[in-house]
Write a protein of this length. Structure first.
Length: 207
C-alpha cells in the first residue's frame, strides 16, 4: 500500500462523515429502474413471506399439518425471493468496489454498500408483519375452524410483537444469504441443469 493510500485508510471517520452521508443517500434510494424493480420484488416477496413466518413464530404449538400448510403458503414467493436477492447482492458488491476505488476505506465502503441489502427486505418484511399482526384476529374468525392456518392463529401465544421482530430479522438475514455470490452460482447451476433436461426432453425420438 502506498503512503498516500495509507493516509486515506487512516483518516479519521469524522472528517469523512459528510462524504459517507452523501454516499448513503446516493446508493440507498432506488434511483434507476433496475433498483426500483429489485426493491419492488424483494419487498413484495418478503412481505408475503412475513405473514406465514410470523404466524408460525407466534403460535404456541405448530403441528406437522400446520407447518406443512405454512410452507405451502410460502412456496409461491420463494423463487421470486431468490431471483430478486441475486441482483441485490451484485449491486452491493458493485457499490463496495466503486467506493473502494474512490478511496473510501474498506470498512466504510462495506457499511455504505450494505444499506440496500438491509433496507429493501426490511421494508417489505415490516409491512407484512404489521398487516398480519393487525388482521390475525379477524382472519382467525373468517377462516374455517379446521383450516391449519386458522388453528395456528387461534393457538397464538399473544407474542405477536416478538414474532414480528424475529420475522423481520430472519428475512433480512436470509436475504443476505441468498444474495451472496455462492447463491448466484447455485442458481446459475440449477438453470443450466434445467436447460439440459429441457433439451433432452425435446430431442426427437428415433423412428
Amino acid at each position: 500500500m502506498s503512503p498516500a493510500n495509507a493516509r486515506i485508510e487512516a483518516e479519521p471517520a469524522g472528517s469523512r462523515l459528510p462524504v459517507l452521508l452523501w454516499l448513503a443517500w446516493r446508493f440507498l434510494p432506488p434511483l434507476d429502474r433496475r433498483d426500483q424493480r429489485t426493491l419492488m420484488w424483494i419487498a413484495v416477496s418478503c412481505g408475503y413471506l412475513a405473514a406465514p413466518l410470523t404466524v408460525g413464530l407466534a403460535a404456541k404449538h405448530v403441528s406437522g399439518l400446520t407447518l406443512l400448510s405454512l410452507v405451502c403458503l410460502s412456496a409461491p414467493a420463494l423463487p421470486v425471493w431468490w431471483v430478486s436477492a441475486i441482483p441485490l447482492g451484485e449491486r452491493r458488491r458493485e457499490t463496495a468496489l466503486a467506493l473502494r476505488q474512490a478511496r473510501i476505506n474498506t470498512r466504510s465502503a462495506a457499511a455504505t454498500s450494505i444499506g440496500r441489502q438491509l433496507a429493501y427486505p426490511a421494508a417489505g418484511a415490516i409491512l407484512g408483519t404489521v398487516l398480519i399482526t393487525v388482521v390475525h384476529g379477524p382472519l382467525a374468525h373468517v377462516l374455517p375452524k379446521q383450516a391449519p392456518l386458522a388453528i395456528a392463529l387461534r393457538n397464538s401465544a399473544g407474542r405477536w410483537p416478538l414474532a414480528a421482530v424475529l420475522s423481520v430479522i430472519l428475512l433480512v438475514a436470509l436475504t443476505a444469504v441468498l444474495s451472496t455470490a455462492r447463491s448466484a452460482e447455485a442458481y446459475a447451476a440449477l438453470r443450466r441443469r434445467a436447460a439440459r433436461l429441457g433439451r433432452r426432453e425435446a430431442a426427437p425420438q428415433p423412428q
